[in-house]
Design a protein around this ligand. Structure first.
Ligand code: SF4
Length: 383
């Protein structure tokens, strides 16, 4: 039996964990950002409308097969946990595509994320055709989202973007990273703060929901203040629906690593990045965005809320953490990185603390004095 196959790319935003991943382009047309390694060595290409439609057909074929299995096993076309387990255990269904469609259906089959890095490079009419075909094939689909570069978005008119919205595009995720022009140049983002503002405003005007991503720590010890303040200024002018933060982690494969080796770029500590996050939030003014910290790399994932009403709450959470003694902060960071703590509140739960203390004892007996290195290794495993 041939296992039906459709193409999927390497990444998605954390908020798309339950979405069907459908590849419209391959890799990134820019591919020069010094903090990004996702598509390094890979060439950008645009898939044809027919190729993407064929993939949608394959997904539909898999959906029909899963529904038939459900009827066969007495689940009436539904996808409850026992059927998901059956699918996962059956070597006949040992394909990423089959499993991801089962997982998608199990989670409602409502959301689709279009991969890879910059799908607005397609002509508007082509993307409209794909979106319409997707919505026609799956009536359950409510939200369709994509990544796009601000530079590419700024080449689309509001009419283009509205046409995409009407065809079913619900949200665009843009990597703002920073609003500080010198830093945008330094990390070779290939876009200016002004272009970010223009692109973001255009998305908002079209009625498509907008997520702007900011990288905590991107300014390093040298530019952190400017990074936080200038980023807030850009966000204040865009007023995106979502501001999402993620924490910088530099791998050896990233070009930024060479700047660290030369002593030109100095990484910030976790605690310094939290101070930077505070400065960023403090300067967010006059906007109604939702601040989200859903990336696993972030130390304080609980710093989330709707602006402006929850700004003080977020600042207070950060202040609470920053006021902890060093040992408590270390205890928390380790507990977070090994997945024991979810929030600072958890520090007061004896059963969780005991677990973290045991991990600390193990570290002290096996690699005394290596806590920072171990924390760094743990974060590396997240990306
Ligand atoms: S534009 Fe996005 S995907 Fe492309 S290199 Fe930069 S960060 Fe990576």
């Amino acid at each position: 039996m041939t296992i039906p196959h459709f193409e999927q790319g390497p990444i998605r935003p954390p908020s798309e964990a339950y979405s069907l991943l459908l590849r419209v382009t391959r890799n990134c047309p820019w591919n020069r950002c010094e903090f990004c390694h996702t598509y390094k060595e890979e060439k950008f290409s645009v898939r044809t409308v027919d190729e993407v439609k064929q993939d949608i057909d394959v997904v539909q074929e898999i959906v029909s097969e899963i529904r038939a299995l459900s009827w066969k096993h007495g689940f009436g076309g539904e996808l409850p946990v026992p059927l998901v387990n059956l699918i996962l255990q059956d070597p006949k269904h040992d394909s990423d595509g089959f499993r991801s469609v089962a997982f998608w259906l199990y989670n409602g089959g409502n959301n689709v994320f279009l991969q890879d890095g910059d799908n607005l490079t397609l002509r508007t009419d082509e993307l409209v055709e794909i979106l319409k075909y997707l919505k026609k094939t799956f009536s359950s689909v409510e939200r369709v989202t994509t990544y796009a570069r601000a530079k590419t978005v700024s080449r689309k008119t509001v009419d283009d973007l509205q046409a995409l919205r009407l065809a079913g595009l619900s949200r665009i995720h843009i990597g703002l990273e920073t609003g500080y022009d010198s830093l945008l140049q330094y990390v070779k983002k290939g876009v200016t703060a002004l272009e970010h503002i223009e692109a973001g405003r255009r998305v908002k005007e079209s009625g498509i929901s907008l997520s702007e991503y900011v990288i905590l720590g991107l300014g390093g010890k040298g530019m952190w203040r400017e990074h936080a303040v200038e980023t807030a200024k850009v966000l204040n002018q865009i007023n995106p629906n979502f501001i999402r933060v993620r924490t910088l982690k530099v791998l050896k494969t990233m070009l930024l690593f060479q700047k660290i080796e030369k002593g030109e770029f100095m990484l910030m500590s976790d605690n310094e990045m939290i101070e930077e996050e505070r400065l960023l939030i403090e300067h967010l003014e006059g906007i109604t965005s939702t601040f989200v910290s859903d990336h696993i790399m972030n130390v304080l994932q609980e710093v989330e809320g709707k602006l402006p009403e929850e700004k003080e709450k977020m600042l207070n959470l950060i202040d609470r953490y920053l006021s902890l003694p060093k040992e408590e902060k270390d205890n928390f960071r380790l507990g977070r990185r090994v997945g024991i703590y979810q929030s600072v509140e958890d520090l007061s739960k004896p059963e969780l603390r005991n677990q973290v203390e045991r991990v600390i004892q193990q570290i002290e007996s096996k690699r005394p004095g290596d806590l920072e290195e171990i924390l760094s290794e743990l974060t590396e495993s997240f990306i």
